[in-house]
Write a protein that binds this ligand. Structure first.
Ligand SMILES: Nc1nc2c(c(=O)[nH]1)N[C@H]1C(S)=C(S)[C@@H](COP(=O)(O)O)O[C@H]1N2
Ligand SMILES: [Mo]
Length: 363
């Protein structure tokens, strides 16, 4: 009886397993989709984007099933050293990167992660994922066979993929239930995956640099904020000319995996723009740090952003961007430019900002 049962399970699994070429193609697609949704999640959270965050998790879990199909097929090529070829090392490295990516993702979800020097654990997951993409593309060049028409059977293929995706979604739900039931450290994650730093003021969350930005403290008496660009009348303000008359509670969510809710006080960007009378064709506002680090927002969004002088009732510390830092509701932390010294009103976006955030701080 037990034997009959396990044979039935085997038969079901065999029925569910797509043909080899389709499995390989699906793994490639799933990794690319997980990467795209992961990178996208770095932009921020809007209500309409919520499904992207679910999707990232479900695709990751579906990938486990696909990898199991794949590894059960190729295990002889990996375990029998007599079968090794030049490309085997690459295959093994790719598999390890996949395990690393999924493993660190699962550890993060449950919150059982080591404290690391220098970087936060979620960054390890991101690094594994990026390495995986590179290795997978290289690996795919050695062996990939595009799926053929015979690999598809309308009913069966549809069923196979529906079952895998539904299984992924159900596993995700179950995992959340387990998290709540066991009250794991990963339970209080936000939609972005970030965990909360509680408290208020400078000391309650870590000063964080995206890559290498680390300027000397800005001398407040010599400090000038310049607002310029596509405007009628550019202005330059000393620190004491800036009237921090707006307070707002906004959530800062860093892509390294933590978030904090703080009371920020400062001057609304809209108020600054009104001083300068922007041109009719102005579309973007760019915030530039003393280090060259910069980010732009569409002008309407920028108007509602804040240039903060205070956090949690305290003057900003140097590490948190004194004298002035951007507070951009709904945007991820790396877009909240610190040590802002220039505001450029512009008639177009700034694609190079992506590169600049990565390299600013390296001399
Ligand atoms: N000029 C500059 N601004 C920056 C950064 C940076 O490296 N340089 N890091 C960003 C990142 S990644 C985050 S998460 C937030 C963190 O703000 P905090 O250091 O006040 O916690 O600042 C952002 N602003
Ligand atoms: Mo960050």
């Amino acid at each position: 009886m037990a034997r009959g049962g396990s044979t039935a399970v085997r038969r079901a699994i065999r029925w569910l397993r797509p043909p080899p070429r389709l499995v390989d193609w699906s793994i490639f697609t799933a990794v690319m989709l997980a990467t795209a949704s992961g990178v996208f999640s770095f932009l921020g959270v809007r209500p309409a984007w919520v499904p992207v965050f679910w999707f990232h998790r479900v695709v990751g879990l579906t990938l486990i099933v696909l990898l199991a199909f794949k590894l059960s097929r190729v295990r002889y090529r990996l375990t029998r050293t007599s079968q090794w070829q030049a490309s085997t090392a690459l295959s093994i490295a790719t598999a390890l990167a996949a395990f690393g990516t999924i493993g660190t993702g699962i550890m993060w979800v449950f919150g059982y992660v080591p404290e690391l020097p220098l970087i936060q654990f979620l960054t390890v997951h991101v690094a594994f994922g990026l390495v995986l993409v590179v290795l997978m593309v290289a690996h795919q060049r050695t062996r990939f066979r595009a799926p053929r028409r015979v690999d598809f059977d309308r009913r069966r293929t549809t069923m196979q993929y529906s079952v895998m995706l539904v299984a992924g979604a159900v596993t995700y739900r179950l995992q959340e239930t387990v998290n709540t039931a066991l009250n794991t450290p990963g339970e209080d994650r936000r939609l972005t995956g970030s965990r909360e730093k509680k408290g208020s003021g400078n000391g309650s969350f870590p000063p964080t640099a995206w890559v290498a930005d680390d300027p000397d403290p800005v001398d407040q008496s010599a400090y000038r904020l310049s607002v310029q660009g596509a405007v009628d009348s550019p202005v330059e303000l000393a620190y004491d000319d800036i009237d921090p008359d707006t307070s707002t509670e906004v959530l800062l969510d860093c892509t390294s995996g933590w978030y904090t809710e703080q009371e920020w006080r400062g001057i609304e960007v809209g108020e600054l723009l009104d001083l300068t009378d922007p041109d009719g064709d102005a579309t973007h506002v760019r915030f530039v740090s003393v280090t060259g680090y910069r980010w732009s927002l569409p002008i309407e969004e920028a108007r509602d952003a804040l240039l903060a002088t205070h956090v949690g009732g305290e003057r900003l510390s140097h590490g948190h961007g004194a004298p002035l830092r951007l507070v951009a509701p709904g945007r991820r932390g790396f877009q909240w430019v610190k040590w802002v010294e220039r505001v450029d009103v512009r008639t177009r976006g700034d694609p190079a900002q992506w590169l600049v955030t990565l390299i600013s701080g390296f001399d």
